[in-house]
Design a binder for this molecule. Structure first.
Ligand SMILES: N[C@@H](CCC(=O)N[C@@H](CS)C(=O)NCC(=O)O)C(=O)O
Length: 245
């Protein structure tokens, strides 16, 4: 199996954590979506990561990919068994991918980090302010009512836990901290989840990816032991995405 997408993307991290739970072996082309070439665009018409290639199947979208992995491969199920809990888990996945993605990735990580790194210009300061003052606290208020004080959302560690936690790694990269007095459950849950081996095992590759520039990145990742594909769909210059930019 092949994954296309950077270790630092929360959506890629979500898929990799699910693959780790299922003990699936894969190769990865860890490109940032803005640097994808024409072949990348043929595989991912929205120019987004992650993409999964499994033999003759090419899939986009982390939720579609995780659902496929759960149905096609043995190992621990990613969703709980009870239909109501399954529905709750799917809702949390959707809430995380849509709202936490918007707040912490587009409102914060992208503005504070990616914008400068990819386009050479600072991000939108007003959007960062709105995120920190209004959007992030509202999201944390919502999560605080949902997340467990101990353990995981639905018994075993699974897709819902992964989906919520993954956005916070990027939020932390962008300097965000969770106020433990105001949101104790969320702070505890996120720390526990990001510590889980399904996330922790990829951290060295994330850190390597973050501290190297695109030119030396593949070499550095190979040296760190990342299972890279032999070919890359990456370009040297970025292209505008089609969804938002
Ligand atoms: N719904 C998609 C969202 C994926 C997504 O937005 N990925 C970001 C990277 S973190 C991306 O590729 N952005 C490029 C763009 O939107 O132009 C999923 O769950 O996979």
């Amino acid at each position: 199996m092949k994954i296309i997408g950077s270790y630092v993307s929360p959506y890629v991290r979500k898929v990799l954590a699910c693959m780790a739970l299922k003990k699936l072996v894969f190769e990865i082309d860890p490109i940032t979506p803005f640097f994808g070439n024409d072949d990348f665009e043929r595989l991912s018409p929205l120019r987004r990561i992650p993409v999964l290639i499994d033999d003759d199947l090419t899939l986009c979208d982390s939720s579609v990919i995780c659902a496929y992995l759960d149905e096609a491969y043995p190992g621990p199920p990613l969703l709980p068994e009870d239909p109501k809990d399954r529905a709750r888990a799917r809702w949390l996945e959707e809430y995380a991918d849509t709202r936490l993605g918007d707040v912490f990735i587009w409102g914060l990580f992208y503005q504070k980090f990616v914008h400068q790194a990819v386009w050479g210009k600072p991000g939108d300061a007003a959007r960062i302010e709105q995120t920190l003052a209004v959007d992030a606290p509202a999201a944390l208020d919502y999560l605080e009512g949902y997340l467990p004080e101990q353990g995981w959302l639905f018994g075993a560690f699974g897709l819902a836990d992964i989906s919520v936690a993954t956005y916070f790694r990027n939020a932390f990269y962008a300097g965000f901290t969770i106020d433990e007095e105001r949101w104790p459950r969320t702070a505890g849950f996120v720390a526990r989840a990001l510590d889980h081996d399904a996330f922790a095992r990829f951290l060295p590759f994330e850190q390597t990816q973050m501290r190297t520039d695109p030119k030396g990145r593949r070499q550095a990742l190979l040296a760190a032991g990342a299972p890279l594909t032999s070919e890359t769909l990456g370009l040297r210059e970025p292209r505008k995405g089609i969804m938002r930019l």
